[in-house]
Design a binder for this molecule. Sequence first.
Ligand code: NAD
Ligand code: MG
Length: 390
Amino acid sequence: MQQTLTVLGATGSIGVNTLDVVRQHPERFRVFALTAHKNIMLLSQQCLAFSPEYAVVADESGAAELRDILRAYKSKTEVLHGPAALVDVAKDSQVTTVMAAIVGAAGLSPTMAAVEAGKRVLLANKEALVMSGHLFTSAVKRNGGQLLPIDSEHNAIFQCLPDNFTSVAAAGIQKIILTGSGGPFRETALSELQHVTPAQACNHPNWSMGQKISVDSATMMNKGLEYIEACWLFNVTEDQLEVVVHPQSIIHSMVQYLDGSVLAQMGQPDMRTPIAHCMGWPDRIASGVEPLDFTRLSGLHFEAPDFQRFPCLQLAMNAWRSGGDYAVALNACNEVAVDRFLNGEIKFTQIAEFIDQILEIWDSSEPVCIDDVISADLEAREMADKVVRA
Ligand code: NAD
Ligand code: MG
């Protein structure tokens, strides 16, 4: 059956790779809506190539600009704007599948709307799950939707689990091994880290990604967010989840079973593999990714994460352990701090320092609805803003 697709964050790194997979399988996918924040030029090209019913942008001026371009090409795509329109195109009754690829907390409401509407949700926007945890996973169950992980590590784990997976205990799993490359500063002298620039932080050795996740990879906050993401997706406890640094990014994560077997998923560090896996699931479809050539691999190396070098990883693990809405505060402060670092306002090493300061004084409570999550997010942002400005 053909899937009708909304791509939230179509102009980002994940969005562009998603449309590349769609282009290879026109019989499988019809594009219903494409959304972007500010990149009107790219979104206009995508609209002309995929003829969606709707395109959504941030504001009225962007919408006017996009309408002008599309009109010149006699495009029938209707242009909407604002957060409510993102929700509308995520939950529309015609949509079967939503690629959730907006970066950060901005993706929470439309992603939750897709979940509430029982869609097949392809989750790249890990921040949404980190923030809303059990509210998110219980809404998936309650509404009969499907949650398929796009994040390469979680997609790898998903591929290494048995088809009828219900729990790690029932599946005979000893632990899940979450791998991470260690980013561009794995071997930089610790004393140099305070001087690294945004351009250096965004220059990931293996993956080409958006700016925010690139900085998160350099601090290993990305692995911290993924640690929390894995806890929610696979319902594991701390002793069932281990982070291992694997600089080559060929193994994307592993599952170790009670009998000593370890299943690993491997492939090129190219997001079109997990994207095609989720988009075709349960079928396997071509992604356009080059196959691995084992004779040309120089070796696979592994080491334990260095928490002195990567304090953000420890902060995220602590936030998970503390429960309540600590993960909401962690994520919000991280978004503020990364933004300031990218703007040249704070040092790389201050990202962890600011998050730590806020979490030390954070007054946690258990969110009972998404509005609680959203207000905790706003409160943490305000606190982070003050600390960064002080
Ligand atoms: P990106 O910065 O390249 O793209 C982000 C997209 O979100 C763009 O389309 C942008 O227009 C849109 N957007 C940004 N702010 C918005 C806002 N306030 N409202 C509405 N739309 C907004 O990011 P990316 O690298 O594609 O990452 C997207 C998500 O996928 C992130 O959550 C990231 O952690 C996750 N992810 C990315 C990769 C990767 O390889 N890039 C891998 C795993 C997970
Ligand atoms: Mg990942």
